[in-house]
Design a protein around this ligand. Sequence first.
Ligand SMILES: NC(=O)c1ccc[n+]([C@@H]2O[C@H](COP(=O)([O-])OP(=O)(O)OC[C@H]3O[C@@H](n4cnc5c(N)ncnc54)[C@H](O)[C@@H]3O)[C@@H](O)[C@H]2O)c1
Ligand SMILES: N[C@@H](CCO)C(=O)O
Ligand code: NA
Length: 920
Amino acid sequence: MRSLTVASRHPGAAFSTRRRPLLHPAAAGRDSTFQRCWRWEKTQDSSFGSSLRTSRLPRTVHGDILKNLLAPTAGAVSVEQAEAIADLPKGEMWSVHKFGGTCMGTSERIHNVADIVLRDPSERKLVVVSAMSKVTDMMYNLVNKAQSRDDSYIAVLDEVFDKHMTTAKDLLAGEDLARFLSQLHADISNLKAMLRAIYIAGHATESFSDFVVGHGELWSAQMLSYAIQKSGTPCSWMDTREVLVVNPSGANQVDPDYLESEKRLEKWFSRCPAETIIATGFIASTPENIPTTLKRDGSDFSAAIIGSLVKARQVTIWTDVDGVFSADPRKVSEAVILSTLSYQEAWEMSYFGANVLHPRTIIPVMKYNIPIVIRNIFNTSAPGTMICQQPANENGDLEACVKAFATIDKLALVNVEGTGMAGVPGTANAIFGAVKDVGANVIMISQASSEHSVCFAVPEKEVALVSAALHARFREALAAGRLSKVEVIHNCSILATVGLRMASTPGVSATLFDALAKANINVRAIAQGCSEYNITIVLKQEDCVRALRAAHSRFFLSKTTLAVGIIGPGLIGRTLLNQLKDQAAVLKENMNIDLRVMGIAGSRTMLLSDIGVDLTQWKEKLQTEAEPANLDKFVHHLSENHFFPNRVLVDCTADTSVASHYYDWLKKGIHVITPNKKANSGPLDRYLKLRTLQRASYTHYFYEATVGAGLPIISTLRGLLETGDKILRIEGIFSGTLSYIFNNFEGARTFSDVVAEAKKAGYTEPDPRDDLSGTDVARKVIILARESGLGLELSDIPVRSLVPEALKSCTSADEYMQKLPSFDEDWARERKNAEAAGEVLRYVGVVDVVNKKGQVELRAYKRDHPFAQLSGSDNIIAFTTSRYKDQPLIVRGPGAGAEVTAGGVFCDILRLSSYLGAPS
Ligand SMILES: NC(=O)c1ccc[n+]([C@@H]2O[C@H](COP(=O)([O-])OP(=O)(O)OC[C@H]3O[C@@H](n4cnc5c(N)ncnc54)[C@H](O)[C@@H]3O)[C@@H](O)[C@H]2O)c1
Ligand SMILES: N[C@@H](CCO)C(=O)O
Ligand code: NA
């Protein structure tokens, strides 16, 4: 696979390749790596080629000239080597290699190629080579210049000469060098004469051009052959125009004539029995012996055809990538090299933009089950990818059924709809006839069996013509209402999932669509042929990379990648960031969960990252690299990062305005996790709207830490409800702060001291009056009440406030804390009254589900009551239900504090990961 470039499916531009812009800044940083991994193949039918092929001379005239010109190279096999061999040597002993232009780029590389060939222990080796890199383009260029009567073709030809002369001088010596240079001189002077003729005529025929261009291969084959001979191994070179016979079969395509080629090959072998043969790639002859080429990827094709003619043991295509990737590694950093691919899979992959091997390259070898191995010449330790009949590593699991993913961008969907199509033969014919008439290429087609609509994808640049043609073709049907519309959906992409064994394995498509649904990706159209090698999905172009990553991670790594945005790096937020920092590597290693904090937003500044903030330095970076906080920009940054299929915002503020955005975030497909109680205890209609939206979508909203911090309160309640238990009453101490205060308000201690201590310990809300006023507990009661199905508002809960009337008007938490000691006397009195009765004070909340009520109050409990036994910031929550009627289900433990709360939020993040497909 040389590039994962999407080739346009336009008939005329079928094989042009274009380098895509780098998509991932992280990938840009690794440029050197993927330079190596993703080579951009030179285009052999470059723009020069097409213009050259338009003018034609009568075959007989220039055919003769060319036959004569061919004569000098026909002597490539030395007479001394000629020896009659009765049978063409075939079978297991042949190993075929193909080295592309990059492999043959310099004398050093040619030397390296020679080494690789010599190291192959096969009895017989046939090595197909391309021209040195850039030479084919230079050759087309000089023909183009000559036919446009541009004198500078001579300079280009000199350049070509110099390049080969310098390389040969580096590589060869003595007689070999002299022989090569004399051939080179002869060829160049022939070419000069020929180009001069083209210059005078002002045009070149396709055959003239092919003849000129093919010299690149003739020279590289000779140089390699001499280089191998230098080591003492007999080696001949083959001008494949003598052997390979092909017939033109349409625009830019040829069909090999296997029978004729086999005969000629037999003849060639009878003259030259060498065990190591270097053959020219790309070039061939017509049945009339007129030089031609095998067009794009021609050398791969040459190797495959020759491989099939000699029934080779294996065809190795040497290139500059380690093998075929499971997806474009620029888009999916976790893409893996596939050890095997079936012929059909390789075929599908190349069609879908992964330039694995041109499909036609596979046809000749497939017939004889000859494996093709793609290997990296710059990394010979990599085993490469073997394309063969049956993938070798079958382990029967679902994941192995899907081999790879590919994408095609810049498409439009066309939808032709109407009731008049059903049961009317010829509708499809009329639609696609109109499409053909404007020369557009149809990439996928989908029609439901109701026959109510036909939907198909074409390249975006062709859709305007297609739409106009369809409107013209169906004007009457549209006017009469037999067709309701011809609709175009722009900016689409295709995601293709490829795998031979999808056909026989249930659940593949379910898994695929599940991964997409969880990444909140909308599927516009689907196509799967009955071969089931491929499931094609059309989606919005902006979703394409995310879809690719979601699907890839689901099948290949089960790695759930989650982009996390953290809002409010206060006590809980920063504790969570530290916990994430400590645990991220373990999660990645053991659970295949890749958590990336893409941004941290405080109230004044925010820090954004495209690949994930370095959590060992987030605090410093939030100082030095931050920008002014802007929540819209922050959310946009997270949602527009298409490299991460799943996004979650973690709201660690206590802010009502932040909470008011949850609805929009969920709507955008961003999951929300929070310890902030404001959304669930705010206005009931808003809460219900939020829950309704979330329940109807694939987005998740988790808020375990809003009640009892890290204690499993919400999840316990959910478990009871979802399994059909009936909640009768929930009663408990829900405030860590107030629990701490009353557990420690003993002996000589003053109330204000203990409050200050709770604040210092991180139990209180940012403003401790939220705790002391009972509002915080009331919010928790509301959250649990609503969770239990009660439609209560915060104002429905009677609350006993512990904030003295005089302090309610304090403008800040600090002022409140300063003034609090003046009320210590009052508190001491209340406590003593309780103690006199053998009781303790506890601040409790009640959800009375039976009577649909909630309540928050300060109560006195006997010393032996479970509520009197608490310590620290313990919460205790008792669920009385139909099943737990006599003895309530009790959850108890620290219900406030940085570590336990952040731990509860972290737990929600992992819960989300497992909902998204992380292993349990
Ligand atoms: N402390 C606990 O034990 C505990 C337990 C359960 C739940 N909670 C909840 O956790 C949340 C955080 O509590 P905390 O103790 O960390 O509070 P905190 O005051 O230490 O942190 C809140 C942070 O949010 C920032 N912030 C406020 N508004 C913002 C905005 N609009 N945009 C960006 N940032 C904003 C603040 O600057 C601050 O850094 C609260 O909702 C609280 O109810 C806390
Ligand atoms: N301030 C809260 C934090 C936990 O929600 C408490 O004291 O319980
Ligand atoms: Na909890």
